[in-house]
Design a binder for this molecule. Structure first.
Ligand SMILES: Cc1cc2nc3c(=O)[nH]c(=O)nc-3n(C[C@H](O)[C@H](O)[C@H](O)COP(=O)(O)OP(=O)(O)OC[C@H]3O[C@@H](n4cnc5c(N)ncnc54)[C@H](O)[C@@H]3O)c2cc1C
Length: 395
């Protein structure tokens, strides 16, 4: 029998960020992980702290705080996180997307994001190899990146130096509320007790929450990525296309049927090893983590359409990961009021790498009974109980 202040379920980037920030506050913390570190989505994703893709409002505010935290972590953690600020551009080659993107940019600027619209000449200066099809582009000099594997390794190492305990290959299968604590059982026969329990189980969070009777609508949204051989940098910044923003936030506006079916929006970013990660799709296919020929062809064609210079580049592998997407598109961060001491941190969809630091900070503040740095009531898991209650009352 083992007692802890906090048990965190899930050793992805969200779980480890929470665990690290809690041990820094002298909490006795255990992380339970069903597989290995990074065996979930945090090990099968892109690497962006992309400010420009965030909805103006709380998501963007959270990303801005996270960016500053990553800068501090790069100094504080004893590992190279490969943090780099390359800037980002969202390329526009469809006339009808221009007013949408102009409006999006205006709203982001109002929140304080340094983002502007570039004309063709300015684009060519930053992306000399881009196709002439591109009519305009956004530019944000602050879009940044890290290496998720290095972040996970750094958080684990720093956390364990401060007393963090981690049990890998320990799948949580049962959670019971005792009079003054949570009792957690794992498939390998483990039995653990804690005052506080945090569910950071990514796409599997629904199952964990169901163990205590909390229903959260999380669905896996698959994203497929191609990896190129290492090559020379072909432009100043990482790039996306405007379909990426459309597919992420207003998917019903996508016109091309195949792109719509795959939820395809173009993304291209350079890793610290000079490979390019080319993506990506947004598909509801359950827990299927395989790649499909159809998607890989669509992604490759778009790569060559936007950057003909990549016509002969070798693709060395492809992979797919599952984004934890909530039904209403908002993150799920907070305590379940019906189960005091049970916290949820999930629903980050395509933003979990960017938002891991701020999510860890918010959960730590809630667990320590402090006011949160940003007002996050709208992210509470209780909103799904309220919706259910409203739905019931209409009949
Ligand atoms: C293709 C793609 C590209 C992406 N690009 C970006 C990007 O550029 N920038 C960005 O910010 N985000 C990006 N994301 C999103 C980001 O990867 C996720 O939001 C993030 O990794 C989610 O982290 P997590 O810790 O919540 O989940 P996970 O990493 O999945 O961690 C959850 C962990 O919980 C464990 N677990 C589950 N059930 C149990 C159980 N019963 N018992 C014990 N352990 C359990 C799992 O094994 C897993 O390790 C991308 C995602 C994809 C798929």
């Amino acid at each position: 029998m083992h007692g802890y202040d906090v048990i965190v379920v899930g050793a992805g980037i969200i779980g480890l960020s929470i665990a690290y920030q809690l041990v820094k506050r002298k909490k006795k913390v255990l992380v339970l992980e069903q597989g290995d570190i990074a065996s979930g989505t945090s090990g099968a994703c892109d690497h962006m702290i992309l400010l420009q893709s965030k909805l103006p409002g709380l998501p963007l505010q959270m990303a801005l705080v996270s960016l500053e935290m990553y800068k501090a972590w790069q100094e504080e953690l004893d590992e190279n996180l490969w943090f780099e600020t390359r800037g980002g551009m969202i390329l526009i080659d469809k006339e009808e997307h221009l007013p949408l993107m102009e409006e999006f940019v205006e709203r982001q600027r109002a929140i304080g994001l340094n983002v502007s619209i570039l004309d063709k000449k300015q684009i060519k200066k930053k992306q000399p190899f881009v196709s002439d099809l591109v009519i305009a582009s956004t530019f944000c000099p602050d879009d940044s990146q890290v290496d998720p594997f290095s972040v996970l390794k750094a958080l684990l190492k720093a956390g364990m130096n401060l007393g963090l305990e981690v049990r890998k290959f320990s799948k949580v299968i049962e959670i019971k509320r005792k009079s003054d604590c949570w009792e957690v059982r794992t498939q390998d026969g483990g039995e653990y007790f804690s005052e506080v329990l945090v569910c950071a189980a990514g796409v599997w969070s629904r199952e964990i929450c169901e163990l205590i009777g909390l229903s959260i609508p999380i669905k896996p949204k698959r994203g497929q990525i191609l990896v190129t051989e290492p090559t020379h940098p072909i432009g100043e910044t990482d790039v996306w296309d405007s379909d990426y923003i459309i597919a992420k936030h207003v998917a019903h506006l996508q016109k091309d049927e195949t792109a719509k079916k795959l939820g395809f929006g173009f993304a291209m970013s350079k890793t610290h090893t000079n490979n390019y990660l080319i993506g990506s799709t947004r598909e509801y296919v359950g827990f299927d983590r395989s790649t499909s020929l159809e998607a890989l062809v669509v992604i490759s064609k778009r790569l060559v359409e936007l950057f003909p210079v990549f016509k002969n580049i070798r693709i060395i592998r492809s992979f797919a990961g599952l984004r934890p997407a909530s039904e209403d598109g908002k993150y799920i961060i907070g305590e379940d009021p019906k189960n005091p001491g049970f916290f949820v941190a999930t629903g980050h969809e395509g933003d979990g790498i960017a938002l891991a630091p701020i999510t860890g900070m918010l959960i730590t503040q809630l667990v320590c009974g402090e006011e949160t740095i940003l007002p996050i009531e709208e992210l509470s898991p209780s909103r799904f109980r309220e919706v259910k209650a409203e739905k019931q009352s209409t009949f």
